[in-house]
Design a protein around this ligand. Structure first.
Ligand code: BES
Ligand code: MN
Ligand code: MN
Length: 436
């Protein structure tokens, strides 16, 4: 992690960025996480300031035996670059570096607008350091808007701006029964089994249709506007194709009465990721485990508050505790949902740049995924985010054989160059704001 941060810092200095530093944020409890990389170039008086954000951490590469080439040795096949982090988010973050490098070179060491770069190494684990840094040093990241390239295009060759992310809470539910593991023949019939207790709890979290049963969870949710819903209905989307190519199961599931877009972008969800505990080795072992755990997360939509949602989840799970066991619900990390308005000049300039390079009218989408810092940009800095990403739906984010389409990488860089040039050239006429 540190080496990656150092490589990025060296790259930023090499292309011409100034005040490049690694920042270790002191976290509550005295630990530090992974360093932030910060840099700026602020010599375009009167021009807007962009805050370029990216993350250099990645998801674990397992299961390793499903990768066709090793996850940490980038390899090129059929116009794609395969590697963990190729698109999420090392490759996309690097588009910002290459666009800035090109602008520095073409401008004789000058950029058309003011630029700050802020990179983090903890996005995939909740982004605690960057959140603390924004709260304690907002002046070091003062900007007019943030640029985030960590999202996908809705379809190949369809330029896309993401204007909504779901928030999340990630939790662990631990059920404890007997003091220690027990022989299942000697004690089975008398001793509580924490896996059964956990299964009974989990089975009561959603109904057969996928509706979450936590009391109050759907209260006061903001539905997307009719305009937004109409735009989603016009997106090129075929449920059968989606089921076959992206999901690969026999049927889709989820709340009746909502489209796939609504269910994945604008409705809360609850998922179980794994259930560590007990005997999972090869062969048989007759044991009643003393404890069982479930990794459980929820995706949130406005105006759901992570802490209120966690409290509701915890209270509901505790109310379901079967006899003979105790339950503990722990919060691992949390992030707020974000919905971005499209009526600001930065989004409008992004639309124009995408249209110019891709020769197609861009679409606005939301995403079911989460990027915790986007909510913080809004709340701590009061700035909107332009989420302009160039991943594709089949890029295998978080999965084996993650890839980045190399043509998208190049067109993405071109789009960013045109976007930055337009912001620097036209802002007086268009009336863009200026930080400070
Ligand atoms: N880049 C993704 C989020 C994303 C994916 C947005 C696809 C739009 C389209 C991000 O790196 C991610 O995976 N975030 C985690 C956040 C979490 C662990 C706090 C997520 O969504 O699970
Ligand atoms: Mn990402
Ligand atoms: Mn990710």
């Amino acid at each position: 992690m540190r080496r990656t941060a150092e490589v990025l810092a060296a790259e930023l200095a090499r292309i011409g960025m100034e005040h490049v530093e690694l920042i270790e944020v002191a976290l509550p409890g005295g630990q530090t996480g992974h360093p932030l990389v910060l840099a700026d170039w602020l010599h375009a008086p009167g021009k807007p300031t962009v805050l370029c954000y990216g993350h250099y951490d990645v998801q674990p590469p397992d299961p390793l035996d499903e990768w066709h080439t090793p996850p940490f040795e980038p390899s090129e096949r059929d116009g794609n670059l395969y590697a963990r982090g190729a698109v999420d988010d090392k490759g996309q973050m690097y588009m910002h570096v290459k666009a800035l490098e090109s602008l520095f070179a073409a401008g004789g060491g000058q950029l058309p607008l003011n630029v700050r770069v802020l990179l983090e190494g903890e996005e995939e684990v909740g982004g605690e350091s960057i959140a603390a840094f924004l709260r304690s040093h907002p002046e070091k990241v003062e900007a007019d808007f943030a640029l985030v390239s960590d999202t996908e295009m809705f379809a190949p060759d369809l330029p896309t701006l993401c204007v909504g992310l779901r928030g999340m809470i990630y939790t662990e539910v631990e059920v404890r029964g007997a003091r220690t593991d027990l022989h299942s023949g000697m004690y089975g019939g008398a001793a509580p089994n924490p896996f059964f207790a956990l299964a009974q709890i989990i089975a009561q979290l959603k109904d057969q249709d996928g509706r979450i049963l936590i009391p109050g969870i759907y209260d006061g949710l903001q539905a997307p506007s009719t305009d937004e819903l109409a735009a989603w209905a016009r997106l090129p989307f075929d449920e059968v194709h989606y089921l076959a190519t992206e999901i690969g199961a026999t049927s889709l599931v989820g709340e009746p009465g909502y489209s796939v877009m609504e269910r994945t972008w604008a409705r809360p969800t609850l998922e179980i990721h794994g259930m560590p505990g007990g005997f999972i080795g090869a062969g048989a072992k007759t044991v009643i485990p003393a404890r069982a755990t479930a990794k459980l997360s929820m995706r949130l939509v406005p105006p759901m508050e992570p802490m209120t949602t966690f409290a509701r989840l915890k209270e509901y799970i505790e109310s379901l505790t079967p006899k003979g066991v105790s339950v503990e619900v722990r919060l691992i990390h949390a992030g707020e949902a974000a919905v971005i308005g499209t009526d600001n000049p930065y989004i409008q300039a992004a639309v124009a740049a995408l249209k110019q390079i891709w020769q197609v009218e861009p679409v606005f989408v939301r995403s079911g995924g989460s990027i915790p810092v986007v909510g913080d940009f809004e709340r701590c800095l009061g700035i909107p985010s332009v989420m302009m990403g160039f991943g594709l739906p089949d890029d295998n984010l978080h999965a084996p054989n993650e890839k980045f389409n190399i043509r998208n990488f190049h067109l993405g860089i071109e789009t960013l160059i045109v976007f930055f040039e337009a912001l620097g050239a036209e802002h007086n006429a268009a009336g863009f704001g200026v930080a400070g």
